[in-house]
Design a protein around this ligand. Structure first.
Ligand code: BDR
Ligand code: CA
Length: 333
């Protein structure tokens, strides 16, 4: 796995599948994926809301945005069958607080999320980039069903986990806590992983000026402005953060490189990331080795870093990221 992959590759329309739980910022991510890349499908996962709700939201969003993209519903529960976590406190109980989209007319793809991913990856071997913005359940299932997926996928961008504060627990992020065993399967899969933690993504927000720009845009932009205003209000009330975060869209920006995405918005370093699956207060935490060790051989063996399994996002150009996301949303009618 090469941490500079996103700096110098892909000046073409990257083929993408988004596996997420829309969710306000997932909706932004989907719009960005279709704008900056070629969106081949959406797998609606559990997480912010049950999978049937996030699937309905994905379909409704695609119809609002005029996107003809297959939507497959993911697994309703975690691999261990635990009840899902919920993002209702931030995204509302229907997942897209602040907007009421009409019931979608389009039907779901008949395949389950894992099967949909396997068949899409098989048809686009070596080309497909997966962006995980919800629970990891369906990607983990797909890896178990079809181990060749590791060589078929070009890369995977994950928004999940944290190397600092969390959202679902003090030090755990919802997307990993929703299914820690699945996240551990993904983290140890050998896939080229570009991992963005909550401690970084929560620092990139849309403020009043951006929301006003969206409100002056087309139908899709106005819809997203309403959802993002509600999201911002929850973040302001709960965390005192004055802005609507765009966590999931950052994962798209990391790898959906087209002519319109400035390179270098995010900086990654190769490192070791481990998911805590033990039950108790640390369940769902991600242990990210950011000690910055340059000479491991100088350390005793038990203090040396484990081999890198991810490229971890350590810096972001906030202004460029916000601008790219606003431009993507405004590009819709
Ligand atoms: C993640 O949690 C969810 O609520 C968001 O959609 C995002 O994927 C941020 O930690
Ligand atoms: Ca999400």
């Amino acid at each position: 796995m090469d941490a500079s992959w996103n700096q110098d590759h892909g000046r073409t329309m990257t083929k993408l599948v988004v596996m997420g739980d829309p969710g306000v910022d997932d909706a932004v991510a989907i719009l960005c994926a279709a704008h900056f890349g070629t969106l081949l499908g959406i797998v609606a996962t559990h997480g912010n809301a049950p999978a049937e709700v996030t699937a309905r939201n994905a379909l409704a969003l695609c119809e609002r945005a005029g996107l003809e993209v297959p939507v497959a519903r993911g697994c309703p529960r975690s691999l261990m069958g635990e009840g899902t976590v919920s993002g209702a406190a931030f995204h509302g109980s229907a997942g897209l607080a602040g907007v009421a989209l009409p019931e979608p007319k389009q039907a779901l793809d008949p395949r389950c999320g894992a099967q949909f991913l396997i068949e899409t990856a098989s048809a686009h071997r070596g080309e497909l980039v997966v962006v995980v913005t919800g629970a990891h359940t369906d990607l983990a299932l797909a890896l178990r069903l079809e181990p060749r997926l590791v060589s078929w996928l070009r890369a995977v961008a994950v928004m999940g986990g944290t190397a600092g504060p969390g959202n679902a627990r003090p030090m755990a992020c919802l997307n990993v806590l929703a299914d820690p065993e699945a996240a551990a399967i993904v983290a140890t899969s050998g896939l080229p992983l570009f991992w963005l933690g909550y401690e970084l993504t929560r620092t990139v927000v849309l403020g009043e000026a951006e929301l006003v720009r969206l409100e002056e845009g087309g139908k899709v932009a106005r819809t997203m402005a309403a959802a993002l205003r509600a999201y911002r209000e929850r973040y302001r009330r709960v965390y005192g953060i004055d802005g609507a975060p765009i966590h999931d869209a950052l994962a798209v920006l990391a790898l959906a490189l087209a002519e319109r995405v400035p390179p270098g918005i995010l900086r990654f370093v190769p490192t070791a990331l481990e998911v805590v699956c033990a039950h108790g207060p640390a369940r769902g935490m991600t242990i990210v080795d950011l000690r910055g060790i340059v000479d491991a051989a100088a350390l005793p063996e038990d203090r040396r870093p484990r081999p890198p399994n991810v490229a971890y996002a350590v810096a972001v150009d906030r202004e460029a990221a916000v601008e790219a996301v606003v431009a993507a949303i405004l590009s819709y009618d």
